[in-house]
Ligand binder design. Structure first.
Ligand code: NAD
Length: 478
């Protein structure tokens, strides 16, 4: 497929220089559409990470001195470069991650938007003045960059999920060491290259390594002042424990199992059209993907027929082919995990309605499961693939009860024009983001974060910027 022959695994960006990692281990980068190896990635060793730590301290000292107005201008220059390079970055992303090229372009555009929004926000990092208690005195609240940041981003939306961390940290005046996902290194490196050219050495660094080694070294270092992670619940718990031990602030975005409540008055065709696109984007490997559909019992049959018909029409294939609407899963590991979850759920009594999929690469067919109960594996565990469940409900309280039984609480969706249902679900659904009659739960200017096992803290929006700032009170007497 075009582009494959030119794919190269990237080097590490340490102290303003791109160079090869010196770890004894290398990792194969695999095209998930063909299961063929694209290249091998050289990982960072202990000394490489040590150098990044020294450089991040120097990078912080230089970058924090740059006035917010200029930080904004420099980040915007990097964003413009990202936009010029979009085709190149998107092609790398499709080759190493599998998503259709149109989705890869959209992801690159979203990553650029995120950094642009944060860049603009740099100029609005206001403190405040508190009326003074004493004559001839001033009481002020200052917002200051927290310091060097250690960031860990995953492989499912490597550009957007890295951009949330890079944009927030740099706009706030922090330096950042990003450990990208080893599965999808080249697209992130191409994005970082666009941004780093405008920054002091060490302000933005990119490393790949053995994840447990890198996180342990970074989080334990006194140089690092803030940790931010997107990924799975078990890894998030582990990093939270390390962060607690070293008293580091941490933001955690740990996935979801999003409920979709469809009331009897919803327009079934419109709802299905939106949810099929949203669900099967990136082959369902999205933390905000709609997954558990709770549908009013009176429309259950019609909804099942419409959803099955629309989802089985999706064209699965190599993301580089223009006709492809859904690509493969990102890795053999994810394919095995999705198959295992479906098998266990069927053994527990679920009925499976499944489409077809190519047999090369790591493709999983779209799969809908009915007759699931709250103990079913597919309800208990995040599917992170093209899998949905369908469960009928009797009234809105029943729907809320079922939806809130999950340990996750990231995104949720509601389809209805009933003011009563909208009020109830807005108040009582245990999620960090709720879309009503739509799918827009994540935009740069609004906070995005989870409740319960989905983690804590927000990214994006002013809350996302706040995560990279310290608050200082000064009381100045004449
Ligand atoms: P995983 O737990 O093996 O890894 C998740 C991510 O964490 C990867 O990018 C990995 O490199 C990193 N990681 C693993 N151990 C680490 C450590 N000790 N220190 C620092 N980083 C570490 O999961 P996976 O198989 O890659 O993905 C499966 C599950 O992860 C999914 O089912 C989903 O729940 C979750 N996930 C969530 C998101 C999200 O957007 N919240 C993204 C990707 C994966």
């Amino acid at each position: 497929m075009s582009g494959e022959s030119t794919y190269r695994a990237p080097e590490l960006l340490i102290n303003g220089q791109w160079r090869t990692g010196r770890h004894a281990m290398t990792v194969a980068i695999v095209n998930p559409a063909s299961a063929e190896t694209l290249d091998r990635l050289h990982l960072a060793n202990h000394d490489d990470i040590n150098q990044a730590l020294q450089a991040t301290q120097q990078g912080f000292e230089a970058w924090r001195q740059v006035p917010a107005f200029e930080r904004c201008a420099r980040l915007e220059k990097g964003v413009n470069k990202m936009r010029e390079q979009m085709e190149h970055i998107a092609t790398l992303l499709t080759l190493e991650q599998g998503k259709p090229l149109a989705e890869a372009r959209a992801e690159c555009a979203m990553a650029a938007d995120l950094i642009k929004w944060y860049a603009e926000e740099a100029r609005r990092t206001y403190g405040r003045i508190i009326p003074a208690r004493l004559p001839n005195s001033r009481m002020q609240v200052l917002k200051q960059p927290v310091g060097p940041v250690a960031a860990f981003a995953p492989w499912n939306f490597p550009l957007v999920l890295s951009a949330r961390k890079i944009g927030g940290a740099l706009a706030a005046g922090c330096s950042i060491i990003l450990k990208g996902a080893e599965e999808t290194p080249a697209s992130v490196a191409a994005m970082v290259d666009c941004l780093a050219a405008e920054l002091p050495p060490g302000a933005l660094q990119l490393v790949y390594g053995v994840p447990a080694e890198v996180s342990e070294q970074l989080i334990a270092s006194p140089i690092i002042r803030k940790v931010t992670f997107t990924g799975s619940v078990p890894v998030g718990r582990h990093l939270a424990q390390m962060a607690a031990k070293h008293l580091k602030r941490i933001t955690l975005e740990l996935g979801g199992h999003a409920p979709v409540i469809v009331c009897a008055d919803a327009d079934i065709d419109k709802t299905v059209a939106q949810m099929v696109v949203h669900k099967f984007r990136n082959a369902g490997q999205a933390c905000l993907a709609p997954t558990r559909f709770y549908v009013d019992r009176t429309i259950e049959g019609d909804f099942l027929d419409a959803f099955t018909a629309a989802s089985h029409k999706l064209v699965l294939g190599d993301g580089m082919a223009p006709a492809t609407q859904m690509g493969p899963l990102a890795s053999a590991r994810r394919l095995a995990a999705v198959r295992d979850l479906i098998d266990r759920s069927v053994q527990a009594g679920a009925q499976l309605h499944q489409g077809t999929a190519p047999t090369t690469g790591f493709f999983a067919p779209v799969s809908l499961l009915t007759h699931v109960n709250p103990e079913s594996p597919v309800i208990q565990e995040e599917p992170f693939g093209p899998v949905v469940t369908l469960t009928p409900f009797d009234n809105i309280d029943h729907a809320l009860h079922l939806a809130n039984q999950s340990a996750y609480g990231l995104a949720g969706y509601l389809f209805t024009d009933s003011a009563r249902a909208i009020l109830k679900v807005s108040d009582q659904l245990e999620v960090g983001s709720l879309a009503i009659n739509g799918m827009g739960v994540s935009v740069p200017e609004a906070p995005f974060g989870g409740l319960k096992d989905s983690g804590y803290g927000s990214e994006s929006g002013i809350e996302g910027m706040e995560a990279f700032l310290d608050t200082k009170f000064t009381h100045h007497c004449a």
